[in-house]
Every structure is written in C-alpha cells, then in structure tokens.
Ligand binder design. Structure first.
Ligand code: UT7
Length: 324
C-alpha cells in the first residue's frame, strides 16, 4: 500500500539572524573555525515573543496555504520537538488552537533531531488506519533556550526554526513506486548512547530545563555509520537503486556529515539539499525546513523521488523515501 501524500510544505524562521562573527564576540571561536568544521555561517535565534508554538503555527499556516486547504480540514497534528513551550500540555495543542482547528488529535513526539522522521511515520500510520484523514506534521524548535552560551563546543552549532507538511491519507487503490506518497520508512533507537548527546536537566530529575551536552566527534562518527546504514535499508526495502533518488534532504547538523554520508553511498553531492550554512542545526525542524526550502526554490518538483534522513540524541535515527 502506498503511504500518505505530502500536499503542501511550509517553514518559519525567527526574525533575528546571528552570525559567526557575532558569536566570536561572546565565546572563544571564529568564523573560520565554524565554517571549516561545520559549514555554518549564520543561524536564526528566537526573541522573547517567538516560541516553539508560534514558529510551528507560522510554518503550519504556510504549509496549509501551499496545499490550498483550510485549517478546519486538519484532524491530526503531530509536532516533533525537544523544546516544547511548556512541559505540558503538548505544544501541538497550542498550535491546534492557534490555527482554529480544534477537535481532532494533537500530540508531540520527542525524538530530538530525528523527531520529524518519527512524527511523519506516526502520522502516516494513523492516516493509513483511518483514524484521521489529513494531518499537519511539524518539526519546531527553540534550541537557543537550552544552549549553554558559554560552551563554544555546542552554542555555535544550533539555531531555531520550524517546518511543516500537510499529509493526506493515501487515496484508495494507490499503488506503485510512481504514485505520490511515502514509499518506505525505517526508524531506529539506541538508548545505550545517551551520554554522547543529551540535556542535563528535566522535570523529573533536576526540575530545571538544563543545557545541551554533546561529545561532538563521537556523535559525528556514529552519525555517518548509522545514516549510511539506514539509507541502505530504505533503498533495499523499496527495491530502488541509489541512482533513482532525485534528492536527499538530510538533517542539517554539519556539512561534513552530509558530504561523508553521500560519499559512503555514492550519492552525488549535487543531489543533497544543504541549508546548514543559513539555518545551522535546528534539530526536529531541520528536515522539513530544508524540504520546504528546496521545494520553494524549485529544486524539488512533483514526481521527484526524495529521501529524508536524520540522526539525533538518544540516539535515534531514521530515513523515509517519498514520491513527491
Ligand atoms: O544533531 C544531532 C547530531 N549532531 C551532530 O551530528 C554533531 C556531530 N559532531 C560535529 O558536528 C563535530 O564533531 C563538531 C562540529 C561538534 C566539532 O568538530 P570536530 O572537527 O569534531 O572538532 P573537535 O570537537 O574535535 O574539536 C577540535 C578542536 C578542539 O581543540 P583542541 O582540543 O584540538 O585544542 C576544540 O576544543 O576545536 C576546538 N573547538 C573550537 N574551536 C573554536 C571546539 N569548538 C570550537 C569552537 N571554536 N566553537
């Protein structure tokens, strides 16, 4: 059975842009180091009036406009975030109310940087069972609020933002690799790697929000291996070859990870959508933000075969193959 179809995409970024030079005034770093090691040149940082919910709502509105459908037609919202507005209720319910589409299902998914892949898969599954007909799947983060701004090894890497897609249940009788829809997804988690990337706070432990802690080089090594492996799994499941893929839309953590993963699989760098220079790592927002960017600038077109992939804290990782 063909999966659910993406009928619209949207994204939103905070107003304020912070450059590498701005950060060099705050911690012992430089534009040269950040660009050479990560590819990042700038990031958007939320101000007090911009929250995960407001960014998510703006991205969702843009996706609804793009799809040409009303908010009232949405009966499922799955929002991926590691930086919710409040511990509870789910930020998805705030977005639901802001959009004026009360009444359906709304909840958050926590899988950090892989969150959008997890959320997309959960929404696709619910749509296939008939629990809902039209979903908003959103990745939204304000990671700036959980950064230790004195830790140069993490604070230069992240940014804030949101991306969203409108997902329609598969039409009856859909079939085949050329039919628009999600063709296959693989998700993984490995809780043994907790200490390589985590937040050192939370309601049940410290009663504080905490800060991001990461052993960067070790995460880097795991990321390249895990991503190459999960991409191979999805390619094999779908019975396609690497050459069939039109675009890879990866999680935007580090330009060097994108290059290394593409090299390992023999994917041309020209087919990899890169936005990390402009947005930095926006965690769960990064994949839908990059997808929307590449659709709006005309690179990704209807009918293209697109591979989404991400890896993040947990560890969690996954990939999803989509006919647009
Ligand atoms: O989204 C979830 C997944 N996250 C990731 O995938 C992140 C994966 N990791 C990475 O992207 C990279 O490991 C980093 C960008 C975090 C770090 O790059 P690296 O090439 O692995 O550098 P490193 O951590 O090995 O550090 C090299 C040097 C160190 O100095 P010494 O010990 O060689 O003297 C660091 O202290 O660079 C130093 N350094 C910095 N220097 C200037 C670390 N951060 C900075 C900085 N500015 N911001």
């Amino acid at each position: 059975m063909t999966g659910s179809r993406i009928i619209g995409t949207g994204s939103a970024l905070p107003r304020q842009i912070v450059t590498n030079a701005d950060l060099a005034q705050r911690v012992d770093t430089s534009d040269e180091w950040i660009v050479a090691r990560t590819g990042i040149r700038q990031r958007h940082i939320a101000q007090a009036d911009e929250t995960t919910a407001t960014l998510a709502t703006a991205a969702a509105r843009a996706a609804l406009d793009d799809a040409g459908v009303e908010a009232s037609s949405i009966d499922l919202i799955v929002l991926a975030t590691a930086t919710p507005d409040n511990t509870f209720p789910a930020t998805a319910t705030k977005v639901q109310h802001a959009l004026g589409c009360n009444g359906g299902i709304a909840f958050d998914v926590a899988a950090v940087c892989s969150g959008f892949l997890y959320a997309l898969s959960v929404a696709d599954s619910l749509l296939k069972t008939g629990m809902a007909k039209r979903a908003l799947v959103i990745g939204a983060e304000t990671f700036s609020r959980i950064l230790d701004w004195d830790d140069r090894t993490t604070c230069v890497l992240f940014g804030d933002g949101a991306g969203a897609v409108v997902l329609d249940a598969p039409a009856a009788g859909d079939a085949g690799k050329d039919t628009p829809g999600i063709l296959g997804t693989r998700l993984h988690a490995d809780g043994a790697q907790h200490d390589l990337l985590y937040v050192d706070g939370g309601p049940s432990t410290t009663q504080t929000v905490g800060h991001v802690r990461m052993k960067g080089p070790e995460v880097f090594r795991h990321a390249v291996v895990n991503l190459a492996e999960v991409l191979r799994e999805v390619i094999e499941d779908a019975g396609i070859s690497v050459a069939d893929i039109d675009w890879v839309v990866p999680h935007q953590a580090n330009a060097r990870i994108l290059d290394a993963t593409a090299r390992k699989l023999g994917i041309s760098p020209d087919k990899v959508v890169v936005t990390v220079h402009a947005h930095a790592n926006t965690s769960a927002a990064s994949v839908p933000l990059a997808l929307d960017t590449a659709r709006k600038d005309g690179r990704i077109k209807a009918g293209d075969l697109v591979m989404l992939e991400a890896m993040g804290g947990g560890f969690t990782w996954g990939a999803s193959l989509i006919r647009m």
